[in-house]
Design a protein around this ligand. Structure first.
Ligand SMILES: Nc1ncnc2c1ncn2[C@@H]1O[C@H](COP(=O)(O)OP(=O)(O)O)[C@@H](O)[C@H]1O
Ligand SMILES: [Mg+2]
Length: 230
């Protein structure tokens, strides 16, 4: 049995539009091992987000199998898949996706509502996560009162608050200035090196890709060989 975090086995994905089949991914076959830090690169429209969503169990493949913890996720029902995601995957998006009517602290607490924790425990964990991303002094701020870089750090706190083993990030520096982008990359690096988080990051920012330890390119639905960086 594979010890991979996520194993993609001859995965394909197509979408259907008005009776037309739109192939996006063909025969994607690789393992993501615990502690990997992989950058997925490729031109716009090449299927990076589609692949990331398959890895995170947000979407199902059209063909092939995706094994998480040895289980084919196509065999999990929606409830089981949602439970797996809640416990195992943290998401980071290009545009942060924070709830505007909630404070930083409340945004970070949100994923914990699914966990068997009381209010005080939720608060403590959320504060811990916000402290980790350097925002202990911004917990009462609303997203509109934070810079882009700070909002992305809140989003990272939200992604790690449930202590998932896998973090998926879709263009996490895509909307940030250089300095804020570097801060986000430094945080991801720490999460990978010090906390052993497995990270899969979609990016077309070369700086971001250089921060990862492995790079793969996606083009015309196919994945290039693995480049090992460090
Ligand atoms: N839900 C969808 N329905 C139909 N086509 C889609 C859907 N999502 C993505 N696509 C198409 O699949 C291709 C890959 O999209 P995407 O994975 O978002 O690319 P990337 O993230 O690399 O820019 C694009 O041609 C896009 O238009
Ligand atoms: Mg995309």
């Amino acid at each position: 049995m594979s010890t991979a975090s996520v194993s993609l086995q001859h995965v394909s994905k197509h979408y259907e539009r008005g009776g037309q089949l739109l192939p996006v991914l063909t025969d994607i076959h690789f393992d993501i091992m615990p502690g990997d830090y992989l950058a997925l690169m490729g031109p716009s429209g090449s299927g990076k987000s589609t692949l990331l969503n398959l890895i995170a169990g947000i979407d199902q493949p059209s063909g092939g199998a995706i094994l998480v913890g040895g289980t084919d996720i196509a065999r999990l029902n929606d409830r089981e898949l949602a439970d797996w995601r809640a416990a195992n995957v943290g998401f980071i998006f290009q545009f942060y996706n924070l709830m505007p009517v909630l404070t930083a602290l409340e945004n970070v607490e949100l994923p914990l509502l699914l966990a068997p924790l009381n209010r005080r425990e939720r608060r403590e964990r959320a504060l811990f996560a916000l402290d980790l991303v350097g925002l202990a002094d911004r917990v009462k701020h609303y997203p509109s009162e934070l810079s882009g870089g700070q909002q992305q750090r809140v989003a990272i706190a939200r992604a790690i608050v449930s202590d998932p083993a896998l973090i998926v990030a879709d263009e996490p520096t895509g909307d940030l200035d250089r300095k804020s982008g570097e801060e986000i990359l430094a945080l991801l690096d720490t999460l990978n090196r010090d906390s052993g988080k497995t990270i899969v990051m979609v990016t077309h920012d070369q700086k971001a890709a250089d921060a990862a330890r492995q790079v793969r390119h996606l083009e015309k639905g196919e994945l290039s060989h693995l480049e090992i960086r460090q």
